[in-house]
Design a protein around this ligand. Structure first.
Ligand code: PLP
Length: 404
């Protein structure tokens, strides 16, 4: 049995009320909630160890440095990277993507192509558009199908020796589709292209093994997996990270500075200019500890139960349509009620203490594909319950009555 009762006790926020009703938090795909174990680490850091890292000889600085580097090793172990210096601590997924896109500016020219999937988050579209504008490379879109999966036949046709880079998310934040990244990575490599996988939405649900995947770059954000905002990680193969130029200049990323020439620090510091989010990095490590103690297999099995139950219950409502019906899917349900704007449903649900996301979910091209302004998105985490799903279903029924 999944220890849901004990798990919920770990999350103080789950016990507050919103608009006089118990909070039902179903916006986990936007950001997850933080367990007391991670909050304690944050409080302990600022209460006992706060100092700048990598520079001081004094005790606090050494403690902070040790804690920060231990966190990097936890992240390395979790993702099974070969070296800890292949883990770059970033401010989040968006930062990691921009770092890589910027690095490729010098490697791309006219005549080359970059493939981006139609299921992407804006943060995995815009940096590549900017990259293509700068370099003259062409942006190609890997199209999606009606059920919210990627068109793999079209992918095969798009790939050629001109393809330099492929970008795809592991799991779509708008629809929950789990993409077949093993195949996508292998095919990209067959034509000699590098590939970046956006794992922001996958890492809360499963554990990617970057060596087994043979992926070139993999990015994630701590705040979607029980950690704080403003911190994330970029995994890059050592050979790629050595090849790419630094992203930002500043302290920490240099080895020697004179006005004639600056030499850059070794990995990972070459990509970590300035004082990082030290406490955030340490708390990211604590979040991984927390989730690993529950076990990702247990988490996935329980969330799958929630997904199946939620899908069944919601589909009983007349006129409700779910977008994203892939067999391979995580606990995200994106839906609309016929003739009703998603924003209106979201507003009524909030009155009942139920937090969902409404809108295009930073994935406007997907909404254009379905020809809709947006959806209502309920995304479940391992600390949610079937009783909360019942509350959602009741809420949607009520919203339907009020609005139609
Ligand atoms: C949330 C999300 C992002 C952006 O993450 P940030 O933490 O805001 O940088 C990118 N891609 C996907 C798939 C996401 O779900």
């Amino acid at each position: 049995m999944f220890p849901i009762h004990d798990i919920r006790k770990d999350f103080p926020i789950l016990h507050r009320e919103v608009n006089g009703k118990p909070l039902v938090y179903f916006d986990n795909a936007a950001t997850s909630q933080t367990p007391q174990q991670v909050i304690d680490v944050i409080v302990d850091y600022y209460s006992n160890h706060n100092a700048n890292i990598h520079r001081g000889v004094h005790t606090l600085s050494q403690e902070a440095t040790d804690l920060y580097e231990q966190a990097r090793q936890k992240i390395q172990n979790h993702f099974n990277a070969k070296h800890s210096h292949e883990i770059i601590l970033t401010s989040g997924t968006t930062h990691g993507i921009n770092l890589v896109a910027n690095g490729f500016s010098e490697l791309l020219t006219e005549g080359y192509e970059v493939i981006v999937s139609a299921l992407e988050h804006h943060s995995n579209i815009v940096p590549w558009q900017m990259l293509c504008e700068r370099t003259g490379a062409q942006l190609k879109v890997l199209p999606m199908l009606e059920d919210g999966t990627l068109d793999m036949v079209a992918y095969n046709k798009l790939l050629s020796e001109r393809t330099k880079l492929v970008f795809v998310n592991h799991i779509s934040n708008a629809l929950g589709t789990i993409n077949p990244i093993e195949t996508i990575i292998a095919k990209a490599h067959e034509v000699g292209a590098a590939i970046l996988v956006d794992g922001a939405q996958a890492c809360p649900h499963l554990v990617p093994d970057v060596q087994a995947l043979d992926v070139d770059f993999y990015v994630a954000s701590a705040h979607k997996m029980c950690g704080p905002t403003g911190v994330g990680m970029l995994y890059g193969k050592e050979s790629w990270l050595k090849q790419l130029p630094p992203y930002q200049g500043g302290g920490e990323m240099i080895s020697e500075v004179t006005f004639e020439k600056t030499t850059y620090a070794d990995l990972p510091h070459k990509f970590e200019a300035g004082t990082p989010n030290i406490c955030g990095g340490i708390a990211f490590g604590a979040a991984l500890d927390y989730m690993n103690a529950i076990g990702f297999e247990n988490i996935a099995a329980y969330e799958n139960e929630l997904l199946n139950y939620g899908t069944e219950q919601l589909l009983q409502i007349d006129g409700l349509k779910i977008y994203g019906t892939s067999q391979q899917k995580t606990s995200v349900i994106s839906f609309n009620l016929e003739g009703i704007h998603p924003y209106d449903i979201g507003t009524i649900l909030d009155k009942m203490g139920i937090a969902v996301r409404t809108g295009h979910h930073c994935a406007q091209p997907i909404m254009d594909f379905y020809n809709i302004p947006g959806t209502v998105r309920a995304s479940f985490a391992f600390y949610n319950t079937k009783a909360e799903i019942d509350a959602l279903v009741e809420g949607v029924k009520k919203a339907k009555m009020m609005l139609s």
